[in-house]
Design a protein around this ligand. Structure first.
Ligand code: ZN
Length: 173
């Protein structure tokens, strides 16, 4: 499977980092959170720095939770709390977990409107369907009705076993 492209986000606040000046995964304004609350040795510092740097490109919830827990163990309580705080906030549309885990197919005005869980592989496949358009606002692929067989072939190839809702009710891809 192709890896999802990642770009760094500040591990402390979760916001994007525009320039590459941050080599430690933190905004300069957020670097204060890396203060340790117990005496730490060089090894602990090195591990904490590595965790924070990695977390800036791997921002799935469970990975951030692990990072926060480990930082707490290492004595970096401020940083651990900052990450927990960030996780407690309403999740933004930044992780795949927030995507619908169901396929929805609607027919509107001679078009199929299809939403699916996120997958890069399927994005590529969608682009090969004739007349397909991406409605970014509703996060829906729209496809002319006569492309129905291609759509179902795509769903079968990429979302087999996923629960779905179609014009005739619920089914499994
Ligand atoms: Zn930040």
């Amino acid at each position: 499977m192709r890896r999802r492209r990642t770009y760094p986000r500040c591990t402390a606040c979760g916001k994007g980092m525009k320039n590459s000046s941050s080599k430690d995964g933190l905004h300069s304004s957020c670097r204060q959170y890396m203060a340790a609350t117990v005496d730490t040795n060089e090894e602990q510092w090195a591990e904490a720095r590595e965790i924070v740097l990695n977390a800036s490109t791997q921002y799935k919830r469970n990975q951030l939770e692990d990072a926060s827990n480990r930082l707490k163990e290492l004595g970096f309580l401020l940083m651990a709390d900052r990450i927990s705080e960030r996780l407690a906030q309403k999740p933004k549309k930044e992780t795949q977990e927030d995507q619908p885990q169901i396929v929805k197919v609607e027919v509107v005005d001679q078009e199929l409107r299809v939403s699916t869980p996120f997958s890069w592989e399927s994005v590529k496949a969608w682009r090969n369907i004739k007349g397909r358009k991406w409605d970014g606002q509703s996060k829906v692929n729209t496809v002319p009705l006569d492309q129905k067989p291609a759509v179902y072939a795509l769903l079968k190839a990429h979302f087999e076993g996923v629960p779905a809702e179609g014009p005739n009710g619920e089914f499994i891809i």
